[in-house]
Each structure stands twice: as structure tokens, then as C-alpha cells.
Design a protein around this ligand. Structure first.
Ligand code: SF4
Length: 439
């Protein structure tokens, strides 16, 4: 398959300092494998490095931006005039990005979000599937960086910025490389998987000549066609998430959803500034289960958030009892430097937080016990991760690595990591299942 090399056009104006900035950007572009285009028409996007020193230089820069916009349309402006963003935006409101001078990283980030980095298997020092910290048979696939939300307990957006989705073609190419390298399970991750593509207006990309939208449903469907387990993490309960549930029923992606609800009280969710806080989550969970009875739902919660009253905590326990989630994590609220929740009134004393955490975990333990008990005697396909003595340690569709339970398979020492095998559940303990090969 011939690899397409993306091309960047470059216009460099101004003094030698600006020239040196241009050189650094051009060097980085070439180091990453981009081609430099000599014409506007051939370029996938154009960078204009401007000067804003005197009026005539400003005019020359504005003219150059105008020409790039007219002849190409996809333009990133950098340099001294870029520091006076308002002037440029007034005349050219649809630029891809504007940065000030000495902004190599910002310029490269803007390029990456509009034009994927080429991969050159001959020159890259890493294997095609990248350097990975996970075992060979499963891999995390990051579909975006940053987040558009501003949850009051979280500082991720201030560190990583707003949502930047990877293009669907880039994501699918990586997924395919992972599968070809022997991965049996792909775990989709991001800060907000439901929001995938919103920042690039769900623009379509091409994968194997087929147009696919940069959107959760389309991503799930395309990943599902790779023939490995696809597991979705960090999915917020927006209405459009309902669309992917039938894909679980049809076996295209795993019937597993990691939805960080964090609380059940509408007032606390509002104080937390949670995405989809106005949704009726119980109703949504029931609908999901109607469409896909086997769905395993995992979630995380925070107890002792500032202002949480006894009644609000009881409402959370009621939600937990009614929702009967399969896997649940719970944390006591603790303040993070720079989080806006620190300014909220009504700090909950540590002893009360601890008591709430205990009660929460006891409630969930009873639910979990019932859920695991219901699996005894049933047959599941599991994926082998490792060995412990005579046991193969595996996971079912309901178990993500590290955070959920395990299935211990008797007489499984001859199985290899990455093997799929059908097992019958014999017994269970607090978190895990014990099984025998289903013969
Ligand atoms: S907790 Fe909220 S703000 Fe932080 S990354 Fe998640 S959705 Fe974004």
C-alpha cells in the first residue's frame, strides 16, 4: 500500500529571528516526515510566518495570509503579527490556528490536529504499533486528547487543553496495525469518548477507500469490523450513546460500557459541572439493558463532595441499588490544586467521608455478590492474560484489565496469553470468578 505523505506550504516573512523560527518549524516538519510543498495548490495546508513590526510589514503579512486563504484555504498563522490575533481574525475569521512568535510546539500541535503525522516504517525508530506498556494481546487506543468540559474537581483541561480528536483514518490505521501485530482486544480511551469528533465537526476521513465519520458510532462500527474485542471507556451518557448499544447486541463491539457517573444527585452533579448532568441515567441504563441484556456497566463515583448532604448521599445509595451496576469504583472527594471545587462551601469532614465510602462499598458488595452468583453455571468466552500456578488468569467480556475482576481457569496452564476459550463458571469470591474449560 502506497503511503500518502502530507504536504505543508510555507510562507516566511520578517526579520532573521522570524526566519530562524521558520527554520525550526521546517526542520520539525521534515523530521516528522511531512513534505514541504512549493505551491499553494499541492499543499494540504499552509503556514504563514508573519511580521508585525511596522505598518508596511503588517500589510505585507496580511496580504500573504489573504493569498494563502484564497489559493489554499487551510491556513495556520504564526509569528509577530499572530500576537495581535484580533487584527487577523477580523479580516480572516476561518483560519485553522493563530499563534505568536517562537511557538514551535503550538504550531506543531495545530498541524497535528489538522494533518496527521505521516508514519515512515523505514525511518521511525519505533515499531509500527509504537512502544507499548501493555502485554502483546491487548492495547489501549487513544482517540483524542484534552476535554471541552470543566468539571469542578478536575484540572485536566487546564493541563491538556480542549478536546482535540484524532482523525478517524489515523485512529483506524493504528487499530489495524495493532491487530496485525497480534492484539486481540482494543480498549478505546480518551477523556470523553462520547465527544469524539465534535471539535472537527465529525469530518469524514477515508479508511480503505471508504468514507467514515469521525464520530462515536462510526468509530465503533469500523473498529468492530477488525474482528477483535473492542471495549469502550469513558463514555458519558449523552443520548447519542444509545446508538452504539445495538452494536453490542450484534456482537460488533463488546457489551461493556465504562460510564463515569460520579454521582446521582442532580444538585451535586451540577456543582460538579458534569457532562450530561441533566440526563435521566436510570432510565438510560434500563433502556440499554432492554436493547442489550448482557451489557456490563462500570462506573466510578465520588462521595463527600463539598456540600453533599446526608439526603444527597442516601439518594446516591438508592441510585446504586436500583442501577445494579456490574463494576463500581468509589473515591472520597479530595481537593486538587487549581480545581474550582476547592472554592465551594460545605467541606465534608473526613470521618463522614470515610463513613460514606464504607456504606457505599458495602452496598455495592451486596450487588456485586448477586451479580457474580448469577453467573455460576453459565458459559462465557474469556481471553487469557497470564498464569498463576495451574490456573490461567483470564477475563470475560465484562472485565477490563486492571480495573475489573478476573476469571481463574482451572487446568489452564497450557493456554497462552491472548487465547480465547469457552469456560463454565463454577464459583466466585468477592470480585473474581472460578471456571473450568467448557467441554
Ligand atoms: S473529569 Fe470532566 S473536565 Fe475532567 S477530563 Fe473528565 S469530563 Fe473533562
Amino acid at each position: 500500500m502506497e503511503t500518502y505523505i502530507p504536504k505543508v506550504g510555507f510562507v516566511s516573512l520578517g526579520c532573521p529571528k522570524a526566519g530562524s523560527d521558520s527554520e525550526r518549524i521546517l526542520t520539525q516538519l521534515r523530521a516528522e516526515g511531512y513534505d514541504i510543498s512549493k505551491s499553494y495548490q499541492e499543499a494540504d495546508l499552509v503556514i504563514v510566518n508573519t511580521c508585525g513590526f511596522i505598518d508596511s510589514a503588517i500589510k505585507e503579512s496580511m496580504d500573504a495570509i489573504g493569498e494563502a486563504v484564497k489559493k489554499n484555504g487551510k491556513v495556520i498563522v504564526t509569528g509577530c503579527l499572530g500576537a495581535k490575533k484580533e487584527i487577523i481574525e477580523k479580516e480572516y475569521p476561518n483560519l485553522l490556528a493563530i499563534t505568536g512568535p517562537h511557538a514551535l510546539n503550538e504550531v506543531m500541535t495545530a498541524i497535528h490536529s489538522h494533518l496527521d503525522k505521516p508514519h515512515d516504517p523505514f525511518n521511525d525508530l519505533v515499531p509500527p504499533q509504537g512502544v507499548r506498556l501493555t502485554p502483546k494481546h491487548y492495547a489501549y487506543l487513544k482517540i483524542s486528547e484534552g476535554c471541552n468540559h470543566r468539571c469542578s474537581f478536575c484540572i485536566i483541561p487546564s493541563m491538556r487543553g480542549d478536546l482535540v480528536s484524532r482523525s478517524i483514518d489515523d485512529v483506524m490505521t493504528e487499530a489495524e496495525i495493532l491487530v496485525n501485530s497480534g492484539v486481540s482486544e482494543i480498549l478505546v480511551i480518551s477523556q470523553d469518548t462520547s465527544a469524539y469528533g465534535v471539535d472537527i465537526k465529525y469530518r469524514s476521513g477515508f479508511w480503505h477507500g471508504r468514507p467514515i465519520k469521525t464520530k462515536l458510532y462510526d468509530l465503533a462500527e469500523a473498529l468492530g469490523s477488525l474482528g477483535v474485542w473492542i471495549r469502550m471507556h469513558y463514555v458519558y451518557p449523552y443520548p447519542h450513546v444509545d446508538d452504539i448499544i445495538p452494536l453490542m447486541t450484534e456482537g460488533i463491539i463488546l457489551p461493556y460500557l465504562d460510564v463515569p457517573f460520579q454521582h446521582a444527585s442532580p444538585r451535586i452533579l451540577k456543582l460538579m459541572k458534569r457532562p450530561a448532568s441533566a440526563e435521566n441515567n436510570l432510565l438510560r441504563i434500563n433502556q440499554w439493558r432492554k436493547i442489550c441484556p448482557d451489557i456490563a456497566i462500570r462506573s466510578t463515583f465520588i462521595v463527600g463532595f463539598p456540600g453533599e448532604t446526608d439526603a444527597e448521599f442516601e439518594a446516591l445509595l438508592d441510585f446504586l441499588k436500583e442501577a445494579e451496576l456490574d463494576r463500581v469504583g468509589c473515591f472520597k472527594y479530595s481537593s486538587v490544586n487549581g480545581a474550582t471545587a476547592n472554592l465551594l462551601e460545605g467541606k465534608v469532614p473526613e470521618a463522614i467521608k470515610e463513613n460514606r465510602l464504607q456504606r457505599f462499598m458495602e452496598t455495592q458488595a451486596r450487588i456485586s455478590h448477586k451479580k457474580l452468583q448469577a453467573k455460576v453455571g453459565k458459559v462465557f468466552t474469556v481471553l487469557v492474560d497470564s498464569h498463576e500456578g495451574n490456573y490461567a488468569v483470564a477475563r470475560s467480556m465484562a472485565d477490563a484489565p486492571d480495573i475489573d475482576g478476573k476469571v481463574y481457569l482451572r487446568d489452564g496452564k497450557l493456554l497462552k496469553a491472548g487465547d480465547f476459550v469457552d469456560v463454565k463458571i463454577d464459583s466466585y469470591n468477592q470480585h473474581d470468578l472460578f471456571a473450568s474449560p467448557n467441554v
